[in-house]
Design a protein around this ligand. Structure first.
Ligand code: NAP
Length: 312
């Protein structure tokens, strides 16, 4: 019987683990699959597939996402967190002890911290899966190098699209940003950076209807959202940067989720089930930053520790 099981290994999970292990709770943390390929969630979370992180405090020169995660992991282990590189396949939070399965193997705990994060969203086109890894990607860091000397389309109008776009211009000869509106969710600084990049062309008010090609991507079919006109546009690659979805499939019917599928928080980091806490992107569709995930991971561990004192 564990005091606490932490599910997830991004900034929220590891920060919760650092705090829980320093509070002597000897947490068990399920990291997920280290070899998962997008769109499936990956151990270490989204920082494993990001470029340089420039806005995590304490790193004035920036830090590579995977390096930051390795540091957090080492810090959690230093204080005694047991980490398993396993994927939780089923949970039962209907009574205490809470039950967590990895395949046939059952683990039990007095409390749970959910920190499974979110993952990149896809357009939902059949052609997207057909050309996945053959020109279609949602991870510039993973696949950008393969586009050296090629032309690329990036879809999206948020910070991810700007960040991925800028990174990809290191490799691409030309990059076209395709966005369905004229207004951007991206922050001004990130948008301006891409606007000033001479390799970048803009296709605004355009929706991707189809990705086409032969053994590889050769182009996209675009629909003008104002005029309805459909045009084909030649490209060697399509990078999707259209937002995120929470990794909550395994928790459906176990804790309350909101209309977008994120874990609902009742008070602070408490979920609808007493003794089950949530932190990071899995319960945050608003901020979704590494630093806010780490912050709520800390809060969940403190809430969990206090709750366990009252419910040993
Ligand atoms: P986001 O801000 O939600 O933006 C998603 C973009 O994709 C929007 O422009 C949206 O268009 C578009 N989109 C969504 N579904 C679409 C669809 N089916 N077809 C076409 N376009 C679609 O997501 P994000 O850029 O991934 O950013 C998420 C969070 O992470 C934000 O809080 C962001 O600030 C943060 N972030 C920060 C950094 C950084 O600071 N270094 C880097 C990356 C991300 P509409 O606008 O029309 O809805």
């Amino acid at each position: 019987m564990r005091n606490v099981i932490i599910i997830g290994s991004g900034p929220a999970g590891f920060t919760a683990a650092i705090y829980a292990s320093r509070a002597n709770l000897q947490p068990l943390l399920f990291e997920g699959d280290a070899y998962a390929k997008a769109p499936e969630p990956q151990a270490g979370g989204q920082l494993m597939i990001t470029t340089e992180v420039e806005n995590y405090p304490g790193f004035p020169d920036g830090v590579e996402g995977p390096d930051l995660m390795e540091k957090m992991r080492a810090q959690a282990k230093r204080f005694g967190t047991e980490c398993l590189e396993e994927v939780v396949t089923k949970v039962d939070f209907s009574k205490r002890p809470f039950r967590v399965w990895v395949g046939e193997t059952l683990h039990e705990a007095k409390a749970i911290i959910i920190a499974t994060g979110a993952r990149a969203r896809y357009l939902g086109l059949p052609s997207e899966l057909k050309f996945y890894n053959r020109g279609v990607s949602a991870c510039a860091t993973c696949d950008g190098f393969a586009f050296k000397g090629k032309e690329i389309v990036v879809v999206g109008g948020g910070d991810s699209a700007m960040e991925e776009g800028n990174y990809l211009t290191k490799f691409a000869t030309k990059l076209t940003l395709v966005h369905r509106r004229e207004e951007f969710r991206a922050s001004k600084i990130m948008l301006d950076r891409l606007r000033q990049n001479p390799k970048v062309a803009w296709k605004l008010n355009k929706e991707v209807l189809e990705i086409f090609g032969d053994d590889r991507v050769r182009g996209v079919r675009l629909k003008d959202t104002k005029t309805g006109a459909v045009t084909d546009y030649k490209t060697d690659g399509v990078f999707l940067a259209i937002g995120h979805e929470p990794n909550t499939k395994v928790f459906q019917g176990q804790v309350a989720l909101d209309e977008k599928g994120y874990v609902k928080l009742e008070k602070h980091t408490h979920t609808s089930v007493e003794g089950v806490f949530a932190s990071g992107d899995v319960s945050d569709s608003r901020y979704r930053q590494a630093v806010t995930a780490a912050g709520t991971g800390c809060a969940a561990a403190i809430d969990c520790e206090r709750w366990l004192e009252e419910h040993p």
